[in-house]
Design a protein around this ligand. Structure first.
Ligand code: ATP
Ligand code: LTN
Length: 336
């Protein structure tokens, strides 16, 4: 990425945890947009492995998932020559900034985070301090790069709000340092729902395999999961209240085909849910096919993937270190 471009363009920063294969929710809600933004913005993307260990991970699996996640980003169109793409733990500024910002974050505001409450309920035997302070680490990811925009799904809105509050507080306490970032959330598909319980978000860690489409699922699997998707008893393809299952399928279909809700209602006028589910399944599978093919190709060349994330970490560290040094000076640390 040339420096001339970088001074003119707004900065985008986002991250994803390497906690398993990405879902259709991750893809539609976040990653798909990451690739599209690369020409217009200076984009910085990280695989958030520091975040991942807030819940129990098997070390060998985490290592494997991290490299796969990086390759998946590339397969989804993130070009490491256009964007800075790196693994979070390769840039020690993230852990350092986490501490500095922790001292400007209140216990009370962290206690209000709904994801902390949900994850504590899910893992009652491991409510560790990292799980509690996780949004501070995320704030650091964003603020280190002076990001303007943060492309995320709806579930991360509260964390972004916290990052803004912490940045404002630090700026007031010590003098202007951080840019205040804005969320960038898609209108359709910001919260893709579980296919089995459309009141819940689709999540990598759902126990019911039919609830979730993984972006590396093959066509038969995808079509089968959509066939089993929970709908309602009305049998009419229209967007409406009390039709969470159909609303979710319409949002998915719309975001992979580009069709509006009106178009979809017209297309399936007088046809049953069976036809609609099959069409959604096929459209999603066809849309994801190139990602699967590209991922397989990339995974045959691990040396290349490594080259990309090593260069990405160097570029990320160069940018982040500038903010880190300024932050140390602002709080009153002696220059090393
Ligand atoms: P986990 O299940 O391990 O908590 P996750 O599937 O929520 O993970 P993250 O790594 O936390 O995945 O999220 C990566 C990005 O994907 C975030 O921007 C998040 O907002 C977005 N995202 C996650 N799930 C969905 C969903 N169901 N719909 C839309 N966007 C989503
Ligand atoms: N916490 C996020 C992933 C994440 C992130 C970030 C998103 C880590 N660092 C910085 C945006 C910006 C999640 O769990 N979805």
């Amino acid at each position: 990425m040339s420096d001339t471009n970088s001074t003119e363009k707004k900065i985008i920063l986002s991250g994803i945890q390497p906690t398993g294969t990405f879902t259709l929710g991750n893809y539609i809600g976040a990653i798909r947009n990451w690739g599209k933004l690369q020409d217009e913005y200076r984009c910085i993307y990280c695989i958030a492995d520091l975040h991942a260990i807030t819940v129990k991970q098997e070390p060998a699996k985490l290592r494997q998932h991290t490299v796969e996640a990086y390759a998946l980003l590339m397969a989804c169109g993130i070009d490491p020559k256009k964007s800075v793409a790196f693994i979070q733990s390769h840039n020690s500024c993230h852990a350092e900034m986490n501490w500095i910002l922790s001292c400007s974050t209140q216990f009370g505001e962290l206690s209000r985070m709904t994801q902390f409450k949900a994850k504590s309920e899910k893992h009652p035997d491991d409510i560790n301090a990292g799980l509690f302070t996780y949004p501070v680490l995320m704030a650091g990811d964003i603020l280190l790069y002076q990001a303007d925009l943060v492309p995320i799904g709806e579930d991360q809105r509260q964390h972004l709000e916290l990052a803004r509050n912490v940045a404002q507080r630090f700026n007031q306490k010590y003098g202007e340092l951080f840019k205040i970032p804005e969320a960038y959330i898609p209108e359709v598909g910001a919260r893709v729902k579980s296919l089995q319980d459309p009141t819940k978000k689709m999540s990598k860690s759902d126990e019911n395999a039919n609830a979730c489409i993984f972006i590396l699922d093959d066509k038969d699997t995808i079509v089968r999961k959509f066939k089993k998707a929970v709908t309602d008893s009305e049998s009419c393809v229209r967007f409406g209240e009390g039709k969470d299952g159909i609303n979710n399928l319409m949002a998915i279909y719309s975001s992979v085909t580009g069709k509006s809700y009106d178009d979809i209602e017209r297309e399936f006028d007088g046809r049953g849910y069976g036809d609609f589910k099959l069409a959604v399944g096929e459209a999603v599978a066809d849309h994801l096919e190139p990602v699967r093919t590209e991922f397989a190709r990339l995974m045959n060349d691990k040396a290349y993937i490594r080259e990309c994330y090593t260069a990405g970490a160097e570029a990320a560290e160069r940018i982040a270190r500038r903010t880190m040094t300024k932050a140390y000076r602002k709080v009153g640390f002696v220059d090393a």
